[in-house]
Design a protein around this ligand. Structure first.
Ligand code: ARG
Length: 462
């Protein structure tokens, strides 16, 4: 039978065309070709070391696999859906090129441990790309923070103006999120780089394989401890997509801020032309589409995470074909995360901040009210009472259309006779920021320390 399946020994009938189309995975898992070949070459060398292949046979298999890779990369490889997946496409072509010897490659191996290996290698390679992109983004954040150490804007809680902060401090908050993302990936990578080959179908193999040798050659950190777990564990990709979801969530928060800041009622930023678009009907508009799309794509990655969790939640031990559905959510997440990190780095490096607009909103939002309350507390007024007195002063200033710093000393003294002339220096917005000099605060010394620490960390991480 010409189209006999590689697994078709016990079959007499042929696969329904609809079933073939339904069950094939090569249309997407071809992306694992490099890892499949790399894994097979390591496996062949291990088989030779263990005496299953002669050295010459291992060389011929490895050379044949090199030839297959060359065909794929030249765009000359004919992927066949009838061969189901990337693994059988490559093995089948190998056998065409080197003859029946190709059939020895699958000794002591199952597609169950093979696909786990390929996917782990692929996820590991991509996570290191995510780390590089995160590092590039943090680099841009640090540069922008460095430029804006003296730019003040209202820090908010409940999205209500609360206390003045430096723009640098605000941007550095995002650096902390992205640094944690980078570290989370490093941690996740330890669990991705676990060698499953040698688990075979599920129970291990009767052949005396050497998974540690293959693990060492492929740069894995550890070898599986339980063959059933090795072929059915998909925690590694779920964790990776979770890390991706959190990266996207952090990006999405930044997108939301940029969208708000770009609204003319705020006017804190001007969007670079390269990362915004116009309206086809309203000529005045410049839309923050890059940020909107990124905020939208976040939902798609979180959806991939949900899909993966649901995929495995009802699976009995061990490998189940359901698991084939683990690839596309990761590929899609990978595309989204890598492109989003790149876009944000480009956008942020060109984003024009408008310090005078930010300062104007600092000056009209009573952002120095806490300073007055602290001033009174420092003079022995219980803070709760100081809070009350300050609230009354704010209401009074508001009724006059003034800021706190515009009230006369007589006005202030009508609220508390503990207030002196020195209150005006305390109400100064820049002084308010400067006084927050405790570690991690918005004061310039703290911001300088944050920038230095992050820059040193980035150097070591890159
Ligand atoms: N395409 C399959 C997957 O992605 C490969 C493993 C198939 N294993 C099997 N026993 N049918 O999961």
């Amino acid at each position: 039978m010409a189209d006999k399946k590689m697994w078709g020994g016990r079959f007499t009938g042929t696969t329904a065309a609809s079933m073939e189309a339904y069950s094939e995975s090569v249309s997407f898992d071809w992306r694992l070709y490099a890892e499949d070949i790399q894994g097979s070459q390591a496996h062949a060398r291990m088989l030779a070391r263990r005496g299953f292949l002669t050295d010459d046979e291992a060389v011929r298999i490895c050379d044949g696999l090199d030839a297959v890779r060359a065909e794929i990369e030249a765009g000359e490889f004919e992927w066949k859906t009838g061969l189901e997946d990337v693994h059988m496409n490559i093995e089948s072509r190998l056998t065409e090129i080197i003859g029946p010897l190709g059939g020895k490659l699958h000794t002591a191996r199952s597609r169950n441990d093979q696909v786990a290996l390929d996917f782990r290698l692929h996820v590991a390679a991509r996570l290191t790309v995510w780390q590089e992109r995160l590092a590039s983004l943090i680099h841009v954040y640090l540069a922008r923070a460095d430029e804006h150490r003296d730019t003040l804007l209202p820090g908010c809680t409940h999205f209500q103006p609360a206390q003045p902060v430096s723009l640098a401090h605000h941007l550095l908050a995002y650096c902390q999120m992205f640094k944690r993302d980078h570290e989370r990936l490093a941690d996740c990578l330890h669990r991705v780089r676990v060698m499953p080959l040698g688990a075979a179908a599920l129970a291990g193999t009767t052949h005396p394989v050497d998974p540690a040798m293959v693990a060492g050659e492929l740069g894995m950190d550890a070898v599986f401890a339980n063959s059933m777990d090795a072929v059915s564990d998909r925690d590694f990709v779920i964790e990776a997509v979770f890390a991706g979801s959190l990266i996207m969530t952090h990006l999405s928060r930044m997108c939301e801020e940029i969208i708000i800041w770009a609204n003319p009622n705020f006017g804190y930023v001007r969007l670079p032309d390269g990362y915004s678009t116009g309206s086809s009907i309203m000529p005045q508009k410049k839309n923050p589409d890059s940020c909107e799309i990124m905020r939208g794509k976040t939902g798609r990655v979180v959806g991939a995470l949900t899909g993966l969790l649901v995929l495995v939640k009802g699976l009995p031990m061990t490998y189940n074909r359901d698991m084939q559905e683990d690839k596309e959510p990761f590929f899609d997440t990978d595309k989204t995360v890598t492109s989003s990190l790149e876009i944000m780095a480009g956008l942020l490096s060109e984003l024009e901040f408008m310090p005078e607009k930010m300062l104007a909103t600092v000056e009209r939002g009573f952002l120095n009210a806490t300073e007055l309350a602290d001033y009174l507390a420092a003079r022995g007024v219980p803070f709760r009472e100081a809070h009350h007195i300050t609230g009354a002063a704010v209401a009074h200033a508001e009724s006059l259309g003034l800021g706190l710093e515009d009230l006369s000393l007589d006005d202030f003294r009508s609220f508390s006779d503990l207030i002196d002339d020195d209150v005006y220096a305390v109400l100064d917005y820049r002084a308010a920021v400067r006084r927050r000099s405790t570690p991690g605060g918005t004061g310039p010394d703290s911001v300088a320390a944050q920038i230095d620490t992050l820059a040193a960390w980035l150097d070591s991480a890159r």
